[in-house]
Design a protein around this ligand. Structure first.
Ligand SMILES: N[C@@H](CCC(=O)N[C@@H](CS)C(=O)NCC(=O)O)C(=O)O
Length: 109
């Protein structure tokens, strides 16, 4: 597992209020982006199928989050999970906060 890929992942998480590790052809990823767009949220996305280090980054994500599938979503440096996890946050909130509050705290809206 590449140490630089792990650093890349951490940097993207640290530098962006919301980050979506994604694959451009993935319908779940597109749904997550559509939902974020619906809130008018700013987010970074890293398309693993379009980056040379995409498979190293995917391995790093597995190590860091225990999740290999995309989308792999972080809000305010907190791991959210995949699209279905994000949908659950939208309907139920997380740690007593609504999704809008989480996005606001992240500086995304
Ligand atoms: N339940 C997951 C499903 C995500 C999923 O199945 N993503 C596919 C791509 S569309 C995936 O990551 N496949 C493995 C891979 O691309 O390495 C979610 O809601 O995010």
């Amino acid at each position: 597992m590449s140490e630089s890929a792990q650093k890349k992942v951490q940097q993207l998480i640290d530098d962006n209020g919301v980050v979506v590790f994604s694959k451009s052809y993935c319908p779940y990823c597109n749904n997550t982006k559509r939902l974020l767009d619906g809130y008018g949220a700013k987010y970074a996305h890293y398309e693993l199928n379009q980056e040379e280090d995409g498979s190293d980054v995917q391995d790093a994500l597995l190590k860091i989050t225990g999740q290999r599938t995309v989308p792999n979503i972080f809000i305010n440096k907190q791991h959210i999970g995949g699209n279905s996890d994000f949908e659950a946050v939208i309907s139920k909130g997380k740690d007593g906060k609504k999704v809008e509050e989480l996005l606001q705290a992240a500086g995304a809206i």
